[in-house]
Design a protein around this ligand. Structure first.
Ligand code: NAD
Length: 343
């Protein structure tokens, strides 16, 4: 038999990996608790038609580790975890499936707290909550995306100040890829701060709205990499930063909400060598998890905004250290996170 978990490239001494099989509901899930040094592990539940179990294991190991880093660097009193349900979110969802997941979380006694993610919704999390209280982001106080957008905006401000030595966004050109929940709100803030927008989305209604509301220039989804801009803001897909796109992107700052922007880890250093400032994704896009965490821990809603704004200072620390130590911002952001969670 192959020992496939310990040998996985994404296995990183995870504290606990739990395989859940519940035949009545058909639930097949994997819960990965990466690290709880700072508090209970928190991270969403993804439902996906994985090609095979190995792909699901790989995903949950990678994503749970990422949550430890994101939560730590955001200064939250929580650790990192994630869960995946193996199944088709369009055809395989039932209330019983999510209740069975809730029972599994209950057995973990609060070491892992779930929330919605790709393929799951607040309604699914409501079903989880029938069986456990270890679930966050039930949607009672709305969508966390505006806080993610705020984090992106303060992150972009910090990057502009550090890299372009400017205190404002007036006249800067920002190429926004993706005008969904986060991208549109981020674009609104950039526009209000005097930036000029060039936008692309496969959703033509979204780009037309941005053209009407912000006077944005609209380009095709492929052309967004070639436009003359100061900031490239990826707010749609992961892995858009790779050697090919780097040869096309004119912007000297990358500051966007998308997860896993670097196609491979070495792209961070390629950007440094090209003189580009990469704003690490898991630092800049933590506004949403900050909001969800405050809600779960019953911390005052009024304090969320100030906490999200701290993303700016954290990023300035990352930029300064990276410049001083001759390292990529992505490597330094990892180190800042590690210093916080490896107590
Ligand atoms: P969303 O689904 O609301 O928006 C994504 C947008 O991208 C949509 O408008 C979609 O039409 C567009 N899009 C898809 N393919 C595209 C392409 N090839 N070119 C241009 N546009 C394309 O998602 P969201 O909640 O706004 O999240 C955006 C990104 O930020 C995702 O990568 C997400 O994982 C990440 N993120 C979101 C949050 C949050 O709070 N919502 C938090 C952290 C990270």
């Amino acid at each position: 038999m192959t020992a496939f978990v310990f040998n996985e490239p994404n296995f990183d001494d995870h504290e606990q990996v739990v395989f859940v099989s519940e035949p009545k509901s058909g639930l097949k899930a994997i819960i990965a608790v990466h690290n709880t040094n700072l508090g209970p592990a928190m991270g969403g539940c993804r439902m996906w038609s994985y090609m095979n179990e190995a792909a699901a294991i790989n995903d949950v190991l990678r994503l749970s580790r990422g949550m430890t880093y994101k939560n730590a660097v955001a200064g939250l009193p929580i650790g990192g975890g994630k869960s995946v349900i193996i199944g088709n979110p369009k055809t395989d969802k039932t209330p019983a499936l999510f209740e069975a997941l809730g029972e599994a979380l209950e057995r973990l006694g609060g070491r892992y707290v779930t929330a919605e993610d790709i393929g799951t919704s607040p309604a699914d999390m409501a079903n989880v909550s029938n069986k456990t209280k270890f679930v966050a982001g039930l949607g009672d106080s709305g969508d966390p995306s505006p806080f993610t957008a705020l984090g992106c905006f303060v992150g972009a401000q910090a990057a502009v100040k550090f890299h372009l030595k400017r205190d404002n966004m007036e006249g800067l050109v920002v190429a926004v890829q993706g005008l969904g929940h986060v991208g549109y709100d981020y674009a609104r803030r950039l526009h209000a701060a005097g930036a000029k927008l060039i936008v692309a989305d496969i959703d033509t209604a979204a780009v037309e709205r941005a053209r009407a509301e912000f006077g944005a220039e609209v380009v095709s989804v492929d052309a967004i990499y070639d436009v003359a801009a100061d900031i490239y803001a990826p707010c749609a897909l992961g892995a858009t930063l790779n050697p090919l796109t780097l040869s096309r992107i004119k912007a000297s700052i990358v500051a966007g909400a998308a997860n896993n922007q670097l196609a491979t880890a070495d792209v961070g250093d390629m950007m440094r060598q090209k003189g580009m400032l990469y704003v690490p994704d898991f630092v800049i896009n933590a506004g949403g998890i900050i909001k969800v965490c405050y809600e779960y821990l019953n911390k005052p809603e009024a304090d969320v905004e100030a906490h999200v704004r701290e993303i700016g200072a954290t990023l300035t620390e990352v930029f300064e250290r990276a410049a001083h130590e001759g390292l990529s911002t992505s490597v330094v952001a990892d180190r800042v996170a590690e210093a916080r969670f490896k107590r």
